[in-house]
Design a binder for this molecule. Structure first.
Ligand code: FES
Ligand SMILES: [Fe+2]
Length: 421
């Protein structure tokens, strides 16, 4: 997992004026909305005595604006992360510059709250993923889409989960009970389409499109389609980096697209927050509308349940760095593209290690994902009480030093390994 990307971390509908806690990459965040209704994403840890800001509340603070109030001693943090009130110090006291919490650039788009979890300045950041067809809820509705959302939590690492989300060849086996056809397991030849940022710096997405043979109709589809007329199902899958996947299935009746924002809760746990949009059965006056919504929810969750046992049983639990560590065939092109992208993100030094506060490595040190103000604002150079989460490279060299006296690892080790694959 990486710092310095835009993450779709939560459904917009779940973020309210009440602060809520969300664990991402082993770090606790607090999410709330300011007086303009804009989402605020901050480190959940109060720098005073480590209180959880999500256990507090939002109110108009000493500066006249919305603040999240720590429930322990009432310190008020505004939406820039600055503490504006320390009640025990009295109204005249000067607030120390170090009284602040890391605050991440955030916005709401496509039905999700996005946060830039990292410390790059605005000009240096990789672009936000685009989720075509999943415009703001109102726009998408006027474009004829009806949306249903849900969440699925896996006991599996994010990389296993996202590779599964863009894997075509497993459908006839794992999804024989829903959209896969076990009698037609061949994956037709297809191209992988890559989309790069205009400056050529960042791979933004990879997509593949294939025509698959449909399975026999079941459920309510039996009544809608006669089994005699069964044209191929045009299917599009893709990954929008870092961790959003899309499955688009074109049926004779219309189209269904499932976008999933995969969120690494920690190394072993992943939340898949999805929005399914269909452009059929969408008119409010249709008697079938709610039934169709419930059907969309049930069918989408069924796909996750079908995948669960397989993905949670994969070994090793983390996708190997060495491309030769698993045997690749032609139909694995998307997963290989994902692994190359991953190597490039490690090469940039953005890999982070979430487990130091999850295991007992160091239970006396709370860490945070560094926010842009740590670099952007020279006045705040010494304003940060909490340490930054450890990078992959730093952890590796610390372990190497602690080990048999071997040389420290280089930053780019993961891709050197893949280069041999
Ligand atoms: S721990 Fe938050 S105000 Fe004391
Ligand atoms: Fe699947």
């Amino acid at each position: 997992m990486f710092k310095n990307f835009w993450y779709a971390i939560q459904h917009g509908s779940k973020v309210t004026a009440e602060p809520s806690k969300l664990r991402v990459m082993g770090q606790d965040l607090v999410l709330w909305r300011n007086e303009s209704g804009e989402p605020v994403v901050q480190s959940d840890i109060c720098v005073h005595r480590g209180g959880s800001l999500a256990g507090g509340w939002v109110e108009r603070g000493a500066n006249g604006h919305s603040c999240v109030v720590c429930p322990y001693h009432g310190w008020e943090y505004d939406d820039s992360g600055a503490c504006v009130k320390i009640p025990a110090a009295g109204p005249e006291a000067k607030i120390p510059g170090k009284a602040r919490t890391d605050t991440y650039p955030s916005l709401e788009r496509y039905g999700f709250v996005w946060a830039f979890l990292g410390d790059l300045s605005a000009q240096e950041r990789p672009p936000m993923p685009e989720l075509p067809g999943l415009e703001q809820a109102a726009e998408a509705r006027s474009a004829g889409y009806r949306m249903v959302e849900g969440e699925f939590v896996w006991n599996a690492n994010i990389e296993r989960v996202i590779e599964n989300g863009a894997d075509i060849a497993h459908a006839p086996f794992v999804h024989a009970g829903s959209f896969g056809n076990p009698d037609r397991p061949e994956v037709p030849d297809h191209e992988i389409v890559e989309d790069w940022s205009t400056d050529g710096e960042f791979l933004r997405s990879i997509f593949a499109e294939v025509d698959l043979d449909p399975p026999p109709a079941s459920g309510m589809w039996k009544y809608i389609r006669k089994s005699a007329e069964r044209p191929p199902v045009h299917t599009k899958v893709g990954i929008m980096f870092p961790y959003t996947s899309m499955l688009q299935v074109s049926l004779p009746l219309g189209q269904i697209r499932i976008w999933t924002a995969h969120v690494p809760i920690d190394e072993n746990t992943t939340a898949s927050r999805w929005i399914a949009a269909r452009n059929f059965f969408t008119k409010p006056w249709q008697v079938a509308l709610l039934r169709a919504d419930a059907d969309t929810y049930k069918r989408t969750m069924k796909i996750f349940y079908e995948d669960q046992a397989t993905v949670e049983a994969q070994k090793p639990e983390l996708v190997p760095f060495d491309l030769a560590g698993e045997l690749n065939v032609r139909s694995d092109a998307i997963s290989l593209a994902f692994r190359r992208w991953r190597a490039s993100a490690y090469d940039r030094g953005w890999g982070i290690e979430p487990h130091q506060i999850l295991t007992t490595d160091d239970r006396r040190t709370a860490t945070v994902i560094p926010s842009p103000a740590r670099k952007d604002n020279a006045d705040l150079a010494n304003a940060w009480v909490l340490k930054e989460v450890e990078t992959h490279a730093a952890l590796k060299s610390r372990r190497d030093r602690a080990g048999s006296g071997g040389a420290p690892a280089s930053e780019s080790e993961p891709s050197e390994e893949t280069a041999n694959g």
